[in-house]
Design a protein around this ligand. Structure first.
Ligand code: C2E
Ligand code: MG
Ligand code: MG
Length: 716
């Protein structure tokens, strides 16, 4: 009868080792029939290899084998870790107890005695396999147990750390129940909010005031907690002492093991300082510190936004570029503090004239922009521009002083083929220049012609730079004749540009651009030295010496240091001329501000013997008494008065008056632009000291002027 085999034990692998396997045929067949996998090996060595390779669940090992016997084979198996656990049952014909004991000693678990009793064999195999199965299960359980223990330990360690964090965290924590009533708080909670745990326990307050619990944000938070179990965001609240503070808050849901809601845990940190400094940084980056108006950066962003809106709404829009006229003089004469006050007040006036939907910004210096975002008709832009001009010409009270300024406005209109914010601004800027050229205190629209002019100007700037480097400038000299003797006493140096494509260009074409770009400093330096160099060549040919008259642009006297004067005076000395060989021609405008720095510069030149002439006299506003104070030597009557001397009695009167008064003040007079004999005769009769003009000579190349000097003709 076949014994019942435990199902779990079937299909287990059994290795049978015997050097005469034929003996075991019966055993092999029997075990295979019962469902075991049976392997065989013919000696100890083979048994060791197969066991390691196949890892059987049980080994039946013959004791008496040729070569390595069963005991030795077993001993060696037990020494190999991967197979040491496999139970070994010895098969033997011996029955002596001592030899059996030896078998147990080397690690065997049982004996089967030959000849086999098949049921006994089965019973022993079965028992050993069961024991092994139980053993394995126990060891698995043991491992599991070990794992559970370590997990527990880890968990409790985590909880210990969590509690430490909870107690010492800089972040406030609050645990609440399902109704959001407070269950626990940590010390940081109390530190930040000012409330102790006792004060908030079981209450809904602490993190949310009553009002904030009625806010839309609070409703959104509840909704998020319900939907996704998580919410974070920024909230402004009040501390117990009433102070408002900003916090960054994260709310998480707590779940029971069965997944039901247990409550909420809220973490929050005080971000008030951070927010404040962010706010300050944001303000600094986007607003003008002085006026509080948006700065260039903010303005650009808002203009772009406005353009996007306009594309949608299809409304009209105008950009006004406002530049104060002669603002620099306010700074120079009344000081920077007064200048600041004036800018501040200008910002107020502009804001007051515009709607809240308009943009008012300060781009820097004395440049403001206004964007009228909802203009109906073009004339409303003009009306507002006119109002702005009107308001800005109202007197400014700056501390003790009262100041007057005016403004120039350039207008560019938004249109659908012009949607670039930068271009819109640029166009208005150019239109503003035209308003300035028209004398300021007015507005001007941007036109395509302006565009052309602007391009031209840009080209000119670049050319001007390279012209300086490649020596394209030259000087002409125009004789200045002493009227009484008819002899050449002086010459005015007049700069020309030998343009590679456009030929000789007069100063009117490029001096303004040179002034605007600051290149005048470098160019002026070259002019001075070139003029002085030529004068050196001619000085000895005149018994009384020769004076050169050099035009100086206001900009050349406006830098703070005295380097230029020192350098020029040193240059004069090096070349062997004295200060008295030079007259500097300055314009009335320069004296208007009574800038002490400029007066100081002029004084230094004068000390070195250099003389001063006021050019184009009569066109500006300077008073004669002023000229005296500043130690001016010559007045050059502007050619606009001279040209009408024959016909205009008014101009005659003015010219005569200038000559008489100048003489009273000890100044000499030079008449500019004398073209006719009538003009010359009138001036001689009026007592004018010197004259210059086409009647005598046009401006000449240096070589030509030299010839004229050598001829020493009397010019009358
Ligand atoms: P300005 O200093 O008043 O120079 C006199 C201008 O009148 C010169 O024009 C001269 O050529 C012109 N002129 C002389 N006689 C007559 C005349 O009889 N009739 C008429 N209609 N014009 C006459 P230019 O050379 O074109 O210079 C124009 C202005 O450019 C000068 O006016 C001066 O303000 C400026 N400029 C000339 N050279 C320089 C320079 O080297 N540096 C600076 N900063 N400005 C200069
Ligand atoms: Mg001049
Ligand atoms: Mg002049």
């Amino acid at each position: 009868m076949m014994p019942i085999v435990d199902l779990a034990l079937r299909s287990q692998t059994i290795l049978i080792v015997d050097d005469t396997p034929a003996n075991l045929r019966v055993l092999v067949d029997y075990l295979e029939q019962m469902g075991f996998n049976v392997l065989t090996a013919q000696d100890g060595e083979e048994a060791l290899t197969r066991a390691q390779f196949m890892l059987p669940e049980l080994i039946l090992l013959d004791v008496m084998m040729t070569g390595m016997d069963g005991f030795e084979t077993c001993r060696r198996m037990k020494a190999i870790a991967s197979i040491a656990d496999i139970p070994v049952i010895f098969m033997t014909a011996m029955t002596s107890t001592t030899s059996k004991i030896e078998g147990f000693d080397v690690g065997g678990v049982d004996y089967i005695t030959k000849p086999f009793q098949i049921e006994e064999v089965f019973a022993r195999i079965h028992t050993q396999l069961r024991v092994r199965a139980i053993h394995q299960q126990l060891s698995r359980q043991n491992t599991l147990l070990q794992e559970t223990i370590t997990q527990r330990e880890r968990l409790s360690e985590r909880m210990r750390v969590a509690s430490l964090v909870y107690q010492n965290s800089g972040e406030g924590m609050l645990v609440s129940d399902t109704a959001l009533l407070t269950v626990a708080t940590n010390p940081a909670f109390s530190r930040i909010t000012g409330y102790s745990f006792e004060e908030v326990e079981g209450k809904a307050s602490g993190l949310f005031s009553k009002e904030s619990r009625e806010s839309a944000q609070y409703a959104r938070m509840l909704e998020a907690l319900r939907a996704v179990g998580y919410w974070d965001g920024e909230i402004w609240s009040q501390r117990k002492n009433g102070e408002t503070y900003a916090k960054w808050m994260v709310v998480n849901t707590l779940k029971n093991a069965d997944g039901t809601l247990q409550g909420y845990v809220t973490l929050f940190s005080d971000i008030t300082d951070k927010k404040r400094s962010e706010d300050v940084i944001w303000k600094q980056a986007n607003f003008d510190e002085l006026t509080g108006l948006p700065n260039r950066r903010m303005f650009n962003a808002r203009l772009q936004q406005e353009i996007r809106n306009h594309d949608r709404a299809g409304r009209s829009m105008a950009l006004l570029f406002i530049d104060l006229d002669n603002f620099k003089e306010i700074n120079d004469t009344l000081g920077h503090a007064a200048g600041d006050l004036l800018l501040l007040e200008t910002g107020h006036r502009l804001s007051a004239l515009t709607r809240s939907s308009d943009i008012v910004a300060r781009l820097g210096g004395d440049e403001f922009v206004v964007v009228l975002t909802q203009i109906g008709k073009a004339h409303s832009t003009e009306r507002i521009s006119q109002e702005i001009i009107g308001q800005l010409t109202q007197p400014y009270t700056l501390g003790q002083d009262t100041a007057y300024i005016s403004a120039s406005i350039g207008i560019s209109l938004y249109s659908h083929n012009l949607t670039d914010a930068a271009q819109l601004l640029n166009n208005a800027d150019q239109a503003m220049y035209l308003a300035k050229q028209n004398g300021g205190n007015c507005f001007h629209y941007f036109t395509p012609v302006l565009q052309e002019a602007a391009l031209h100007r840009r080209g000119l700037i670049n050319e001007l730079r390279s012209a300086l480097l490649t020596n394209q400038f030259l000087l002409h000299f125009q004789p200045i004749v002493e009227m009484a003797s008819g002899r050449i006493h002086k010459a005015e140096a007049l700069v020309r540009w030998r343009h590679p494509e456009r030929g000789i260009l007069g100063p009117i074409e490029f001096i303004p651009v040179a002034e605007e770009t600051g290149l005048i400093i470098e160019l002026g330096d070259w002019i001075f030295k070139e003029a002085v160099r030529w004068t050196r060549c001619w000085a000895d040919r005149r018994p009384g010496g020769l004076q050169v008259s050099i035009n100086i642009s206001p900009l050349q006297l406006q830098n703070e240091d005295h380097q230029q004067e020192q350098e020029w005076l040193a240059y004069l000395k090096d070349i062997g001329l004295s200060g008295s060989n030079v007259v500097l021609e300055i314009t009335e405008g320069l004296l208007l501000g009574e800038n002490s720095k400029i007066a100081e510069k002029l004084r230094r030149y004068r000390t070195a013997g250099v003389q001063m002439a006021i050019d184009d006299f009569g066109t500006g506003y300077s008073s004669l008494s002023y000229l005296k104070k500043l130690d001016i030597d010559y007045l050059k009557i502007d050619k606009s008065f001279i040209s009408n001397l024959a016909t205009d009695t008014n101009d005659r009167a003015i010219s005569t008056a200038i000559i008489v008064m100048a003489h009273k003040l000890g100044l000499k007079v030079i008449a500019e632009g004398v073209e006719t004999v009538e003009q010359k005769d009138f001036l001689i009769a009026a007592g004018c000291d010197y004259a210059q003009g086409y009647w005598y000579s046009r401006p000449l190349l240096p070589e030509q002027f030299e010839q004229l000097l050598d001829q020493d003709v009397i010019m009358q």
